[in-house]
Design a protein around this ligand. Structure first.
Ligand code: VGL
Ligand code: ZN
Length: 202
């Protein structure tokens, strides 16, 4: 078994004070840092949108953050502007041991498609390249942690399980946005895909 720790979007904009703050988002940093020391490989993802991204409510007339719209690839929640390429808010949380990362994978850079998953954009077909990286390093087991549990961790974990990786999500190292029951449906979807949800790890 070769295991990678996949740290999803632990960025300033998803922490208290950020543009799309996840409640207690910063509370996961210490335990994630501790886990990095034990992992065979560490991958960080970074939400990385161009200004005017199509997932921003500000890019659509008469829409507000958290409205749902139909995009060519399916339904899309509209978000406050966040994680704009090169902005302060797109930086990793300052206490995260980002120097430990073997790979940093950016996602959401296509102006027309959002990308919750670390593996595929929201069309569920355009790959980010992460699968190839993990397979060529003979990694078969993933611990997935970070923000937000009900969006980017959820879709990343489901895709990873469908691709055949053994996936565990320790919930104490994640925090959720919880929009209209999104946390409950995310948990159900992860379990249905074969993801192991743990209350806490270690
Ligand atoms: C995320 C909403 C928009 C996440 C990213 O990291 O969960 N959520 N962009
Ligand atoms: Zn985003």
């Amino acid at each position: 078994m070769t295991q990678a720790l996949i740290v999803i979007d632990v960025q300033k904009d998803f922490c208290p004070g950020g543009a799309l703050a996840v409640p207690e988002g910063d509370a996961v940093v210490g335990s994630i840092n501790a886990l990095m020391a034990e992992a065979d490989a560490v991958v960080l993802t970074q939400d990385w949108h161009p200004a005017g991204h199509s997932s921003f409510a500000s890019s659509h007339d008469e829409k507000s953050p958290y409205d749902l719209i139909d995009m060519p690839y399916g339904p899309q929640v509209l978000w406050p502007d966040h994680c704009i390429q090169g902005s302060l808010g797109a930086q990793f949380h300052p206490d995260l041991h980002a120097d430990r990362a073997d790979l940093i994978i950016r996602k959401g850079y296509n102006p027309a498609i959002d990308s919750y998953s670390a593996f595929f954009e929201n069309d569920h077909t355009t790959p980010t390249g992460l699968e190839g990286y993990l397979r060529t390093r003979d990694i078969d087991t993933l611990l997935m942690v970070g923000l937000a549990l009900d969006f980017c961790v959820h879709f990343s974990a489901v895709d990873a399980a469908r691709l055949g990786f053994n996936v565990t999500v320790p919930e104490n190292m994640c925090r959720a946005i919880d929009l209209d029951g999104s946390l409950a449906s995310a948990r159900a979807a992860m379990q249905a895909a074969g993801v192991v949800l743990e209350a806490s790890h270690g």
